[in-house]
Design a protein around this ligand. Structure first.
Ligand code: FES
Length: 115
């Protein structure tokens, strides 16, 4: 699994996914890159990208409610930290991918590990 805190940006390939104008604070965007489903959040003026697949039962996660930096899976209520992908509550016990995000010029880029 990818962890936002430990993926080194110099070991990633960054891919442009949106312009900053497309995402206001509190909003989210659904993105597909190379068959990987990703949801990009803007929270407190920062961007966070996680895999849009719950580790409990592979359900889509991105439509879940956000409280602070936690997203709640709409299916069975597991919570994940969007900053790290860490599973915070049952029924999920496995972390989900969280990808580094950077802004270049006005563009939001998501980093995918190359190793
Ligand atoms: S599919 Fe997300 S908690 Fe079950």
């Amino acid at each position: 699994m990818y962890d936002y805190n430990i993926v080194r940006p110099d070991e990633c390939e960054f891919i442009e996914v949106a312009s900053q104008d497309e995402l206001d604070d509190g909003e989210r965007l659904f993105i597909e890159v190379d068959d990987i489903q990703i949801v990009l959040f803007k929270i407190a003026e920062k961007y966070f990208a996680i895999g849009d697949v719950c580790s409990h039962d592979d359900g889509p996660l991105g439509d879940g409610n956000i409280e602070e930096f936690n997203v709640t899976c709409p299916r069975h209520g597991a919570q994940f930290d969007v900053r790290t992908g860490k599973a915070l509550s049952l029924p999920a016990i496995v972390d989900i991918p969280a990808y580094p995000v950077r802004v270049e010029d006005n563009n939001i880029e998501i980093g995918f590990p190359t190793k």
